[in-house]
Design a protein around this ligand. Structure first.
Ligand code: ADP
Ligand code: MG
Ligand code: MG
Length: 357
């Protein structure tokens, strides 16, 4: 029997557009012989809309206008009602599995995963805990530290503390970390709100900039790094892909270098020694298991160009997922095609759901 899958895309986060690209690509490639696919978009304001139509209109944003505004999306279990989409003409599409293709806050941070838990429905990717830990750069770094995974030096500050005493906050950071520093909102992705600070004035500006996106900010020691990424896949039995490298088109891999300026390069496989590859893969699996990940994640590393030291940077529990994104590209190079990867993730979602029962 064909399973009914709902792809959920868009969302309130700064990574809305990235999600549209990932979702339209998944919609395009998912095995339609095996699955009936329904698409639900979340507008930038946070409204959920059922959309039936082409993937081009998901990508270009026209789906908002074209959505079926009368359809009701039922995710909260109520007496006698199933999880699904009811149309005004009386048709009801029951949903068996959800594929949330959402990046950043509200989509990748455990909040929507909590809703799916309440709905009691299988969903692709990490659960509540691993999603929220993966999204929060401060908490995640504390856990990595406890696990003995090596990472750059960091400090953090809340808006309340920073505004109360700017000088104290700066002194504390400068005492522990050397310039240049990278300043980031604790909960975001796609480099939104991130800046590099080379001196005190830039540091204050950078913290204020990051505070526009979150009330907690992390400050890291900046290193002269090669950027290495590895994809992991699995629930209990986790595999790591071939390792890739990013050559950013700019001074660092900011939003523009990621999505606008096409001259950033992905090298697959990364031209690095076998022993480093092995270390990075082991660290990626360890990090994924350490946050209780399931399904998928892309784990990102820095290799210090001067010392060749390996540092874990972050774990992304719903990485960019267009057919040319790093996550699926690394699996493709490791022998799993895009279409089969989607299928595998759906199977893992169902297995996880059964296991939790
Ligand atoms: P995001 O979750 O938004 O991708 P990252 O922590 O990966 O945030 O930072 C985005 C980019 O900023 C990285 O890919 C890298 O280019 C640069 N960067 C971040 N932290 C550091 C650091 N400590 N040293 C050097 N470069 C960094
Ligand atoms: Mg990230
Ligand atoms: Mg990153």
């Amino acid at each position: 029997m064909k399973k009914n899958i709902a792809i959920i895309f868009g969302g309130k986060s700064g990574e809305h557009e990235v999600s549209l690209s990932s979702a339209s690509s998944i919609y395009n490639h998912i095995d339609k012989e095996k699955y009936n696919v329904y698409t639900i978009g979340i507008t930038k304001e946070g409204n959920w809309l059922y959309y039936e139509g082409s993937c081009e209109n998901i990508k270009n944003g026209k789906w908002v206008e074209l959505a079926n505004k009368d359809a009701k999306i039922n995710l909260i279990p109520t007496q006698g009602e199933k999880i699904g989409i009811s149309l005004s003409n009386g048709v009801f599409h029951e949903i068996d599995i959800i594929f949330p293709v959402l990046h950043g806050p509200y989509g990748e941070d455990g909040s929507i995963q909590g809703l799916f838990e309440i709905s009691n429905i299988p969903y692709v990717g990490c659960g509540v805990l691993s999603s929220s830990v993966g999204m929060d750069k401060i908490i995640c770094k504390k856990i990595f530290k406890e696990m003995g995974l090596s990472q750059v030096k960091f400090e953090y500050v809340t808006r309340y503390e920073f505004v109360k005493n700017v000088q104290d906050s700066i002194n504390n950071i400068e005492r522990n970390i050397n310039y240049p520093m990278f300043v980031k909102p604790a909960n975001l992705g796609s480099s939104v709100g991130i800046s590099k600070a080379k001196n005190k004035d830039e540091l204050i500006l950078a913290i204020n900039e990051a505070l526009r996106y979150d009330y907690r900010v992390i400050i890291e020691e900046g290193i002269n790094a090669r950027e290495i990424e590895v994809s992991v896949l699995g629930n209990e039995d986790v595999s790591a892909s071939i390792v890739g490298e990013i050559i950013p088109a700019k001074e660092f891999y900011d939003y523009e270098a990621k999505y606008i300026n096409a001259s950033s390069k992905l090298l697959i496989p990364a031209p690095i020694d076998d022993d480093i590859i092995k270390k990075v893969q082991d660290m990626a699996i360890k990090a994924f298991k350490g946050i209780d990940g399931c399904g998928l994640a892309r784990v990102d590393f820095f290799i210090d160009k001067d010392t060749t030291e390996i540092y874990i940077n972050e774990i992304n529990t719903m990485p960019g997922f267009t057919n040319i994104s790093m996550y699926p590209k690394l699996w493709e190079a490791s022998g799993i095609e895009y279409k089969d990867l989607i299928d595998k993730l759906i199977t893992l979602a169902v297995e996880k759901f059964e296991q939790k029962k």
